[in-house]
Design a protein around this ligand. Structure first.
Ligand code: TYD
Length: 138
């Protein structure tokens, strides 16, 4: 099924000059970029994005990391896009992700894992509204 998903190239990805390479990786896999912007997230946006993790011990560390510098947020479209993007991105922990996923190649640890990708169509809808607001047209 044709789907849309939200992808964030997190601050470590931007810092290490990986933005172009990672966007190309999605395009090379026949996924299309339909929205794209660079911005810095403030604490309020970060807290909303990660709201379901608010009780985790790593929550504050995660907020500091995601707000520490510019990130690139995009909407990616394609057949089965949610799962296909998650496959390319790999497991949360770069150390146990399958070989050659983005996170095994570039992630540092479970927090600094370079890319966010929505985990379901429902999460993608919520996250697209959160990050693109009125710019996001259904
Ligand atoms: P989660 O939704 O479990 O993973 P994913 O990003 O693979 O969907 O967690 C969201 C983010 O929370 C994860 O990308 C980085 C952060 N996180 C940590 O910092 N430490 C952890 O132990 C876990 C599980 C996640």
């Amino acid at each position: 099924m044709e789907e849309r998903t939200l992808v964030i190239i997190k601050p470590d990805g931007v810092e290490r000059n990986l933005t172009g390479h990672l966007l190309k990786e999605f395009e090379r896999n026949n996924l299309r970029i339909s929205r794209l912007k660079m911005m810095q997230a403030d604490m309020e946006l970060a807290r909303k994005h990660y709201a379901e993790l608010a009780d985790k011990p790593f929550f504050n560390k995660l907020l500091d990391y995601i707000t520490r510098g510019p990130l690139v947020v995009c909407v990616i479209d394609g057949e089965d896009a949610v799962n296909r993007v998650r496959e390319l991105v790999g497991d949360t922990d770069p150390k146990i992700a399958r070989p050659n996923t983005i996170r095994t190649l570039y992630g540092k640890d479970k927090t600094e894992n370079t890319v966010h990708a929505s985990d379901s169509v429902e999460s993608a809808e919520r996250e697209m509204l959160l990050w693109f607001g009125e710019l996001y047209d259904k």
